[in-house]
Design a protein around this ligand. Structure first.
Ligand code: SF4
Ligand code: SF4
Length: 361
């Protein structure tokens, strides 16, 4: 008798998996080179990638999750064994998204990706043409928009993602308009995480609130018009914004200490080309083990303990005192990048937590 497949109702676990450091761009905000400008570039060979897939299949099966991958790099298509990996994922019926560059996408490549189970392809737009090309590489802005019809024709959902800092903040509302005009499937943004001592994200908290308001008003307008582009509210500070605007409320039956939503650090984390597991790809120094460790699938293992340490609410300097902590927690990758301390206050959070402390006392 054949084994039954995982039921579609089972929850999904997505591993963000970086399979190569190779890339055509050298973005100013890239984690690979921000952490080590002299890094030796590495692409995982097929036999190691097959082992990662097998180990992640065992990990998710044991926990009754359906496995998916968000495959990234560098540019995943630059891993010489990428197509062998795609064939293997297809054989095992594992859907995957790709987060990559536009430069190697042709219609034939997009059609082949779709045939081999790629459901979504994410590219980046980091401002209007001059700003984007300055941060990434000349011509990148136009090449990125130009790849979208190829993905759509193949049946792949396009995602456009922006990395937001003080350098491009007020260009993002125009980028949202462009995303809609180009028929993007999903649009979202996340904050720039400073990757070195000379780098910073100098957005002031009140300015960030005004920015979220401008973006949310655009989302609201487009949704009301029946726009087909979906807007991913990846920024957890949208919770604070919507709470203040009366758009969301705290459920009466919320259980103390349960993390219902917000920062997903450690759930399950990211895998680097050499198998290193990070609690969060955007958080420097968040190594919790390796996917090749014997105790990787073990609920009681060291990897699991390190993972959970990032989710201990009482360690968070301000969030631990905030009434929204079970749904928000901001982004502490940015806190870590700015101050060196992961659990320090989110530098763009404008919430005054003293009132919450007083209410709890
Ligand atoms: S203090 Fe933390 S949980 Fe509260 S709004 Fe700010 S980032 Fe979110
Ligand atoms: S620390 Fe920031 S980037 Fe990392 S999982 Fe949490 S919200 Fe996402």
């Amino acid at each position: 008798m054949a084994e039954m497949k995982a039921k579609p109702t089972e929850p999904v676990m997505v591993f963000q998996w970086h399979i190569t450091d190779q890339c055509d761009q050298r973005c100013t905000h890239c984690y690979i080179f921000g952490e080590n400008p002299c890094k030796t570039l590495y692409s995982a060979p097929f036999d190691r990638m097959k082992e990662v897939v097998d180990r992640c299949m065992a990990y998710t099966a044991r926990r009754h999750f359906r496995l998916q991958f968000a495959i990234s790099g560098g540019d995943p298509l630059l891993n010489p064994d990428f197509w062998q990996l795609a064939e293997y994922l297809k054989q095992n019926d594992i859907p995957y998204a790709i987060m990559g560059n536009p430069f190697h996408l042709t219609q034939a490549v997009c059609d082949r990706l779709y045939t081999l189970g790629c459901t979504d392809y994410q590219v980046s737009i980091d401002g209007l043409r001059d700003t984007h090309d300055r941060m990434r590489r000349p011509g990148s802005f136009d090449a990125t928009w130009a790849c979208l019809p190829l993905l759509h024709k193949a049946g792949i959902t396009s995602h456009v993602m922006s990395t937001v800092s003080h350098l491009n903040l007020w260009e993002i509302p125009d980028v949202i308009d462009l995303a809609v005009q180009h028929g993007v499937g999903v649009y979202g943004f996340a904050r720039y995480v400073p990757t070195g001592p000379d780098k910073k994200n100098a957005i002031r908290p009140t300015e960030y609130r005004a920015f979220l308001d401008a973006c949310y008003q655009k989302y609201r307008k487009y949704r009301a018009e029946g726009c087909l582009t979906q807007f991913a509210e990846k920024e957890h500070l949208f919770v604070l914004y919507k709470y203040e605007e009366g758009l969301v409320r705290i459920p009466k039956d919320a259980k103390p200490g349960v993390l219902y939503d917000g920062c997903h650090i450690g759930l399950p984390g990211a895998i680097l080309p050499d198998g290193t597991l990070l609690a969060c790809r955007r958080t420097a120094g968040s190594e919790i083990g390796s996917v090749f460790d014997d105790d990787f699938p073990d609920e009681e293992g060291l990897c699991q303990k390190r993972r959970l340490a990032y989710r201990a609410l009482d360690k968070y300097e301000d969030c631990s005192k905030c009434r929204l902590s079970q749904w928000c927690r901001g982004c502490h990758a940015v806190a870590r990048g700015q101050s060196g301390d992961f659990f320090a206050r989110d530098p763009q959070c404008w919430h005054i937590v003293e009132a919450d402390e007083a209410a709890k006392a």
